[in-house]
Ligand binder design. Structure first.
Ligand code: FES
Ligand SMILES: [Fe+2]
Length: 426
């Protein structure tokens, strides 16, 4: 049977390309599949666009993406958050090119149409030059449906899909745990860096809950740590697990001791954080705050993958944007404590830089792995990508009734590909 995409193209039948334990290589390479993903996945579900701290006050904004469509995330005077297509209603120029900022109006640079932060068309220069003046109410910037959960802002083009909280489901518990990194303060974004790699977006999606690669790819990172920290990051065989949270979401718990950052606050302060603790005391913080901040500063011991485009990973958000079938943009957003101790937030950034970024010990090695997957996928068109790894999760670790495997299991990838299949064949 031939079906059509929502934009009228002929849909590809993708169901047979995803099996329980493997996916077809064409998922990384076929431009027609990529177009269908933009249509059926990125225009059909909740997509992460920003953290609330990116738009902290009225009239602040941040530019972002929903799939391949540029958007502006804004906050108005009533504290309502809007996600607006970044496309002038006159002749389509983008109305904002800044990453972030504060403005009560977006003036299109081409012919000067101006819009409010809620997207309403305010002014059209020389409007009398039209035979009938433009109907302003019909020419607002296109506004997407927006919902937030614990500071995370998501948008969708669809009015008829489930509320965000239902889409997140069991992932909500892990978002709540992740946000304990605020250590009693709020969570805020501290800064970000962006890069692209020449490979398909799903190669990165898979990576977030792939602990199997960690000791191999990140050997250089592990070698750069002191013995105590190296032991903590030696994630295989320490009781971790990977759990399918439904709707394509999954969590990989690497360091079970660091699931709940409010537990074990009485434990001795690790040597590597002794200087930080001393600095926090010197900043005038009480013992309880010092302990909370020290425990939270290294991030959580798990990676949460939210289908399709964002991960909450240790102490940062990792956001992916599909650019082309063989090109993906990644943004790593460091997070810290809103109005939290200076020394704590500084330490956060130093730890972030140690792993992430062009000079980090981790990300460049990951990116090399992802590029190689795409290069290798050029060979053997008829071969399949294996995602069958995993033995049982440790007893009692995962939520009863959830599909789960040991920490090196490919459970998270299988969860994501089953959601991919559901959406691509719906
Ligand atoms: S394209 Fe924006 S005013 Fe003409
Ligand atoms: Fe990695």
């Amino acid at each position: 049977m031939t079906t059509t995409t929502s934009r009228g193209g002929v849909a590809i039948d993708c169901g047979h390309l995803v099996r329980d334990d493997r996916v077809h290589t064409s998922l990384y390479k076929d431009p027609a599949i990529f177009d269908q993903e933009l249509d059926r996945i990125f225009r059909n579900t909740w997509v992460w666009v920003a953290h609330e701290s990116d738009v902290p006050k009225a009239n602040t904004f941040k530019t972002s993406w929903v799939g391949n469509q540029p958007v502006i995330v804004t906050r108005d005077k009533t504290d309502t958050i809007h996600v607006l297509l970044n496309r002038c209603r006159h002749r389509a120029a983008s109305v904002c090119e800044k990453k972030k900022g504060k403005s009560s109006v977006f003036v299109c640079p081409y012919h000067g149409w101006s819009y409010g932060v809620d997207g309403a068309l305010r002014k059209v220069p020389h409007a009398s030059g039209y035979q009938s003046e433009p109907e302003k109410a019909e020419l607002s910037l296109v506004s997407l449906r927006v919902e937030t959960y614990n500071g995370m802002i998501f948008a969708t083009f669809k009015d008829d899909i489930e509320p965000l909280v239902d889409f997140l489901g069991p992932a909500k518990k892990w978002i709540d745990l992740f946000m304990k990194q605020g250590a009693g303060f709020g969570v805020k974004t501290l800064g970000e860096h962006k890069f692209r790699f020449p490979g398909n977006w799903k190669i990165q999606l898979e990576n977030t809950t792939d602990a199997y690669h960690f000791p191999i790819v990140h050997k250089t990172f592990l070698d750069s740590l002191d013995a105590e920290t190296e032991n903590i990051f030696d994630v295989l065989g320490h009781g971790g697990w990977v759990e399918n949270l439904g709707n394509g979401h999954s969590v990989m718990v690497m360091i079970p001791d660091l699931i709940d950052l409010e537990d074990n606050l009485d434990a001795p302060i690790p040597d590597r954080f002794a200087d930080l603790a001393a600095e926090l005391v010197a900043e005038g913080h009480d013992d309880a705050t010092v302990r909370k901040v020290v425990r939270a500063v290294g991030g959580t011991g798990f990676n949460l993958n939210l289908f399709p485009n964002v991960a909450c990973s240790m102490a940062f958000f990792r956001v992916l944007r599909p650019v082309a079938v063989d090109e993906t943009e990644i943004t790593h957003v460091a997070i810290g404590m809103d109005e939290g101790p200076v020394a704590g937030n500084r330490m956060r950034l130093r730890l972030h830089e140690h792993f992430q970024g062009p000079m980090g010990f981790g990300t460049p090695d990951d990116a090399e792995g992802w590029e190689r997957v795409q290069r290798g996928a050029a060979a053997g068109d008829d071969l399949w990508i294996m995602v069958n790894r995993g033995v049982d999760a440790p007893e009692g670790a995962a939520e009863a009734g959830h599909d789960a495997g040991d920490v090196s299991a490919e459970t998270g990838m299988r969860a994501a590909y089953q959601q991919w299949k559901r959406m691509m064949t719906a």
